[in-house]
Ligand binder design. Structure first.
Ligand code: SAH
Length: 268
């Protein structure tokens, strides 16, 4: 049974540094950070014994850790108190055709900040990027999640072909297909339609978004997606947006139109 947390106090707010650690966070336990995390604490943030850091993971929530020793290769911290309870963060999924490195990094970072729950790289006919460094992309999403104070890290899948994405897509999750070729409905209308489908249940079921590569979708691909009962073809206006712009704009619209951005610190 996870600990009931005391809530953020001044002491925890003073702990500016927040790190994701997959070790058990329990009062009295010690965790040892090595590699890039130890380097970040001692060399970049110049923290020393006695300083506090916020540590979190999906299982245990967020805890205050106090540095007990900080060496060249490892930093040991004593876990003191829980400041935020673990919480699942249901969010939209983002299926995206891999694009060039800097734009892809942008998508991963911004999608993490915008509450995406699952990132699904999809190989499409015009995808030009051959290989994805998933470890690097995962590290990007962890860093963005630490910074934006979310309590979970987006799940990052391995790349699959578009046909497989469609075959495995859960029928109860709408797929908002961002189709640059026109003919899609405005995103606001798609959200209204999802609201009607949900018959006003709150919160609205989270959808998935599908964004194509720099070369867009082929006619066959667009047909294959649009023919699925769970798919809604969506237009993002009259201009052709870069993939990263379309992805982030769609996610921002979704969060603004639904409950995520309508609550402030969890209250309406
Ligand atoms: N082949 C296009 C560019 C594709 S943009 C061209 O004519 O140059 C990359 C992806 O961003 C698209 O596949 C689509 O998913 C999304 N996108 C860009 N502009 C969009 C728009 N106006 N409406 C919906 N999706 C859009």
């Amino acid at each position: 049974m996870p600990a009931r947390c005391s809530g953020m106090k001044d002491s925890s707010r003073r702990a500016r540094v927040r790190l994701y650690v997959d070790q058990d966070l329990v009062t009295g336990r010690q965790v040892s950070l090595s590699g890039s995390q130890a380097h970040y604490l001692s060399k970049v943030m110049r923290l020393v014994a006695g300083d506090c850091v916020r540590l979190f993971n999906e299982r245990d929530g967020e805890w205050l850790g106090r540095i007990v020793s900080s060496g060249k290769n490892a930093t040991d911290l004593a876990i003191e108190e829980c400041v935020r309870n673990a919480s699942s963060e249901n969010g939209p999924w983002l299926a995206f055709a891999p694009i060039k490195k800097s734009a892809l990094d942008f998508i991963i970072e911004k999608a993490s900040e915008l509450g995406v729950e699952r990132l699904l790289p999809v190989d499409t006919q015009f995808t030009v990027v051959e290989r994805l460094n998933l470890a690097r992309l995962h590290a990007q999403s962890v860093e963005a999640s630490e910074q934006c104070e979310r309590m979970t890290i987006p799940r990052l899948d391995s790349p699959i072909p578009l046909s497989r994405l469609l075959a495995d897509w859960p029928g109860d999750r709408a797929l908002l297909f961002l189709d640059e070729r026109g003919g899609g409905q405005p995103l606001v209308h798609a959200v209204d339609r999802l609201r009607l489908r949900a018959a006003g249940t709150q919160p609205l079921h989270q959808p998935g978004f599908l964004v194509g590569p720099e070369g867009g979708f082929s006619d066959d691909e667009a047909e294959a997606v649009a023919s699925r009962p769970f798919a809604l073809r969506v237009s993002m206006g009259p201009r052709i947006l870069r993939a990263e712009t379309a992805a982030i704009a769609a996610l921002a619209c979704w969060q603004a139109l639904t409950e995520d951005w309508r609550t402030v610190n969890g209250e309406e």
